[in-house]
Design a protein. Structure first.
Length: 173
């Protein structure tokens, strides 16, 4: 575009990550002298695998006006998916056995779409900026083993106003 500061920008980001956590839990019994008693022990292991991917797209348009004024408008979409696979096994007479009451797969999907606009300017020592952001969110969580699904959907407005006054005393140094 012609003119200083007059621009249209767009940005796309994608993130993909995986994290694995494992634990071993061993319960043993000891005498007051810290010698193992040989009583039955409990041995468990847990495994938590978290997969996450996120896509963010954003576009911004800025149009300067007057000496220091600026009009902005933008769009943003954020799509995030998280899958958490948690498993607990216990060592028994037949080897490692799964404990289904502590094992589950949790799914989290969230889509957020937003649009915003703002305008600001400066007149002498006074400045202002006013804006409005509209945001729609669609989110679903699911516990796969129990088939519990929890959808949520909402729409919000976020107004903003900023006022400023420059208190600098330019007459004295």
């Amino acid at each position: 575009f012609k003119g200083k500061g007059h621009q249209l920008t767009t940005d796309i980001r994608y993130q993909d990550s995986e994290e694995l956590e494992t634990s071993i839990i061993r319960e043993a019994y000891f005498t007051p002298e810290f010698e193992e008693t040989g009583a039955s022990e409990l041995e468990q292991r847990s495994r938590n695998l978290e997969l996450q991917d996120q896509l963010i797209w954003q576009a911004d348009y800025v149009r300067p006006f007057a000496e220091e004024g600026k009009f902005e408008v933008g769009l943003r979409a954020g799509l995030r998916n998280i899958e958490t696979n948690f498993r607990v096994d216990e060592f028994g007479t037949g080897g490692w056995e799964n404990l289904p009451e502590f094992t589950n797969n949790f799914l989290f999907d969230e889509d957020v779409y937003a649009a915003y606009s703002s305008i600001g300017n400066k007149y002498g020592d006074f400045s202002f900026q006013a804006g409005l952001r509209a945001e729609y969110t669609n989110m679903v969580t699911e516990l796969v083993a129990t088939e519990q699904v929890n959808p949520r959907e909402y729409f919000n407005f976020f107004p903003s106003v900023f006022l400023g006054y420059d208190l600098s005393d330019s007459g004295n140094s």
